[in-house]
Design a protein around this ligand. Sequence first.
Ligand SMILES: Cc1cc2nc3c(=O)[nH]c(=O)nc-3n(C[C@H](O)[C@H](O)[C@H](O)COP(=O)(O)O)c2cc1C
Length: 248
Amino acid sequence: MAQRFMPTMLLGTALLLACSGGRDATTTAPPASSRRAAAAAQALPPPTLDGTVSLERVLATRRSVRRYQDRPLSLAQKGQLLWAAQGITDAERGLRTAPSAGALYGLIVYLADDSGVYRYEPHGHGLLPHVGTDIRSPLAEAGLGQKPLQHSPVIIVIAGEPERLVERYGSQAAQHYTILESAHAAQNVLLQVTAMGLGSVPIAAFDADAVGRVVKLPKGEKPLYLIPVGYPREQQAGRAPAGESTSP
Ligand SMILES: Cc1cc2nc3c(=O)[nH]c(=O)nc-3n(C[C@H](O)[C@H](O)[C@H](O)COP(=O)(O)O)c2cc1C
């Protein structure tokens, strides 16, 4: 009985800590590694904080879009998408656009375009060069041949590092919470995309090891979501054309 009770108690404690805001409820400064990265990053234009479309309109019109115009996105548009995923919205406490178990922030967000791959630095809202070549074709291969990955001007890659949560929550909860956190960040991107008149689709059907190699993810980081973004080629493509979607 006592043995069966223990995991429940541990899970309960983990949940309580996750709900309580954890260390970052009182933390004011980002870690030294984040400060160094922020200093080296290319600054992005400040995000727009007042859009022109209501949240309800965005929710009512969001649709997965899998065909894009051959038209690049501006640096400001890219920055807006990254901010939606993980931007800092409370500088004093380091809190972000998406919620995080215990405010431990187990996600790393990358952006791939025709010039390479960049890592988003939430502190300082900047981009750090990560890979110097266009990876979209090999990424599409790692994504089981899904064409949106090859033909979109921009792909947001959401990776997770569950290790950041293990000390606090244990291994199983850390995996679970990191996946939940990535879904919050992904939904933010999808809604932001819709509000900007762009199109995107959340892609999770991929070979994770292959994606990790193509994106050159550091050890311990796992790809959780790929989100191609571009100007829609046709009005709200909605459903995947036959043979184009390998989604679950
Ligand atoms: C966890 C998850 C994984 C998905 N993976 C893929 C995918 O690999 N490829 C794809 O084309 N769509 C993928 N989708 C998008 C769904 O196909 C899409 O959301 C669904 O058809 C409903 O359409 P809607 O997004 O327009 O509402 C995924 C969606 C979710 C939630």
